[in-house]
Design a protein around this ligand. Structure first.
Ligand code: ACO
Length: 428
């Protein structure tokens, strides 16, 4: 028998169906609420209790610390798959066959040129501009060079737009970094793999042959996989909601990049390293910063701690912590900031304030440490997150359009002034 929920308002009873997901999650379907109740709405700031869509892409269970892309566990994918396979899996729903992967790779490479005129746009930014702002602008600018909206009912057009952005985005991301470092822009080398090529585009020196480093590229690949999707988070919801107005893929992605930029979301990886550096400069007294984080009169928060959904542990943080230790070991790097991070985590995990509020290290607590070890500048950390999240955003945008979801348009409860008569300027 189908499940139902009953809501009683002022003695009137209303019934709503309960939708059940494949992992037995239940959601009360309130699509008919306003119509049935003559305009009563729900209020849920931050959408903590609101499901915005039905999705078949990513499953996560915050209590049990489970994260799966299309049914495959993040642990297995991080260990056995490469980033391009994960892109294909997220976007198209299945792991690619060898043939499909080869074609996907080839099609992306075909599109890896960026119009030379895009360089003029990049040139207009000051060197000091934050790379996330530049990347969001350049992604938006891509629309001008690739005009025309995608007919989402045409598989071919949809595929074309997807390979285009997967190809051009790493070029733009690498350019934002090269511009800051006063390095000539690089188009990479299509004989390299996707992640190797990204690394080359970021770091190759104009007068030196590029030498790939397996440890570095494997670590980057894993980091990108760990960030590839995370269901309806702030930036993904942004991409879906912008796309729901039938704005194009690139425009929706540009908005997603801006959403990711904030320090409470993707910007946390940069904020973590800045925090750890500040603690180090202040003598490494972790207890002092734990106390500051607990003090309600102090706005300081322990960056990299806490998560809207994970309330036991973040499975990505577990993988990444191990990876950070391996990468630093393999590259022979001793980073005092890693010791401070470990010290903070140890204390916080036992502290009642953090235990009670279920605040655990999240993925970004450790990712910055690896990025640093790989020589990636701090202000580029969130760009690295965006590079990883790209296939997730694309998959979610594609799903939203294929499911023909309506335009996103939440309601509100108005708390402003009641009607007032207009006052002429001389009377105010
Ligand atoms: N340090 C200290 N206290 C914290 C922290 C923190 N990092 N995070 C949450 N709290 C406290 C809050 O003050 C609040 O305490 P209270 O109940 O006494 O008022 C309680 O824990 C609940 O916090 P909320 O902000 O309500 O939790 P929410 O789910 O809204 O926020 C968030 C989650 C934004 C991630 C938050 O934990 C945070 O700001 N963390 C630091 C930033 C960060 O690491 N962001 C990255 C998120 S992961 C990602 O985007 C990949």
């Amino acid at each position: 028998m189908s499940k139902k929920a009953t809501l009683e308002i002022n003695g009137n009873k209303y019934e709503f169906p309960i939708i059940e997901g494949t992992e037995n999650e239940l959601g009360i379907d309130i699509k008919t609420l306003r119509g049935a109740t003559d305009g009563i709405t729900t209020i849920d700031p931050g959408y903590k209790n609101t499901g915005s869509c039905q999705s078949a892409i990513t499953f996560l269970d915050g209590e049990k610390g489970i994260l799966r892309y299309r049914g495959y566990s993040i642990e297995e994918l991080a260990e056995k798959a490469d980033f391009l396979e994960v892109c294909y899996l997220l976007i198209f729903g299945e792991l690619p066959t060898a043939e499909q992967l080869e074609k996907f790779d080839k099609d992306i490479k075909e599109e890896s040129q960026v119009d030379e005129d895009m360089k003029k746009i990049l040139d207009g930014f000051p060197k000091s501009a934050h790379p996330m702002g530049v990347l969001s602008s350049l992604t938006s600018a891509l629309i001008a060079f690739n005009p025309g909206s995608v007919d989402v009912d045409s598989e071919e057009e949809m595929y074309g737009a997807i390979v285009k952005i997967l190809a051009k985005f790493p070029v733009l991301a690498a350019w934002t970094m090269r511009k800051r470092k006063s390095l000539p822009l690089d188009y990479g080398d299509n004989s390299l793999g996707y992640v190797e090529n990204l690394h080359k585009m970021m770091f190759a020196k104009p007068n030196q042959a590029y030498e790939a480093n397996k440890i570095v590229n494997d670590a980057l690949d894993k980091l990108l996989i760990l960030h590839a999707d995370h269901e309806q988070n702030c930036s993904t919801s942004t991409v879906r909601i912008v796309g729901s107005s039938h704005a194009g893929l690139f425009a929706s992605l540009s908005a997603g990049i801006s959403a990711l930029w904030g320090p409470l979301h993707g910007g946390a990886n940069q904020a973590v390293i800045e925090m750890l550096e500040a603690i180090k400069a202040d003598g490494g007294d972790t207890a002092k910063y734990i106390a500051k984080a607990k003090d309600k009169n102090d706005p300081f928060r322990l960056m990299g701690f806490g998560h809207r959904v994970y309330k036991n542990f973040d499975p990505r943080a577990k993988i990444i912590k191990k990876s950070a230790e391996e990468v630093l070991g393999d590259l022979g790097i001793e980073d005092p900031v890693l010791d401070i991070a470990k010290g903070l985590a140890e204390v916080a995990l036992k502290d009642e304030y953090f235990v009670q509020r279920k605040l655990y290290p999240n993925v970004d607590f450790y990712s910055g440490i690896i990025y640093r070890a790989l020589g990636i500048p701090t202000e580029m950390f969130t760009v690295m997150f965006a590079l990883g999240r790209l296939p997730g955003w694309i998959a979610q945008w594609r799903e939203m359009r294929l499911r023909k979801e309506p335009i996103g348009r939440p309601r509100q409860i108005y708390i402003g002034e009641n009607y007032r008569k207009f006052k002429a300027i001389s009377e105010r």
